[in-house]
Design a protein around this ligand. Sequence first.
Ligand SMILES: [Zn+2]
Length: 318
Amino acid sequence: MTGKDIFLAIDWGGTFLKIGIFRNSRLWLRENIHSRSLSSPAGFYPYFKNILSGFAQKHKFSLGRIKSAGIGIPGMLDINKGLIYYLPNIKGWKNYKFRQNFEKNLGMPVFIDNDANMAALAELKFGRAKGVNTAICLTLGTGIGFGLIIGGRVYRGCRASAAEGGHLPIDFNAGKCGCGSYGCAEVFLGSKGFLAKVKSEMQVRKTVLKKEPVLTPYKIYEAARHRDKFALDMWEYFGRILGIYLSGLVNIFNPEKIILGGGLSGAYNFFIDPLRKTLQQRAMFPLYRQVKISRAYFAEDAGLYGAYALAKNGYENI
Ligand SMILES: [Zn+2]
């Protein structure tokens, strides 16, 4: 086959950077590398070129066949300028002209976007938001990845940094958030905040979790699966506060769908009932009746599939 029929997709996370090569609309080749190894632009391109050359050699294709690249970046961007303002968890990229440098070094067009938008784009193009006009996509992990679909397109605001919904303040008395503000939704709903709450509550309760040397959301999920009353209560609490948060968003956006992904969504069955109940109590009638809640289609690779859709379609035709 000749011509440019291959796309490069990159999902840049705080811990791992995932690289995917898509051919015939499928994820063909992939590799995960530690984001630490890419802490500065100087090291980024040689490392990257190496990986791409390795792929090309092993699988016998020419790098010239890559039509374009799409990349989800975990930070503040200006997509019009192709600029990274900063990455909260990775130093060394402040005010960096990413697009220009990437294109110069790797010789292919690149489209950049916020990483949470990529998860929403993946659901819109290939997952549970297909054909949906208005949807909210949450990735529940260390933080809250937030993507908004309005008018059947990912909403980016004026420069791609819109929809930082994890940093919607929901408690004006509460503690400091990683973003520098106070009482953001992420302080309560991010796994760190949730774990802190569980640790403090378990002091005065009976639970198998007390035996765990390191507490993780997965351990709390496992305990709930074994009907540990305390663990079940904590997921109920999580569903309730997620419901309170979502009720505000439902009132604003009147979405058709809310799609929940990310690590904590693994406990969906333990928190969905209290979430629905709270939404019914807190969101306005009839908005809560019009919204369907579902788990995300993508468990692991939302970022890669979103970046692929971005590489293929650019910003305009999505
Ligand atoms: Zn915040």
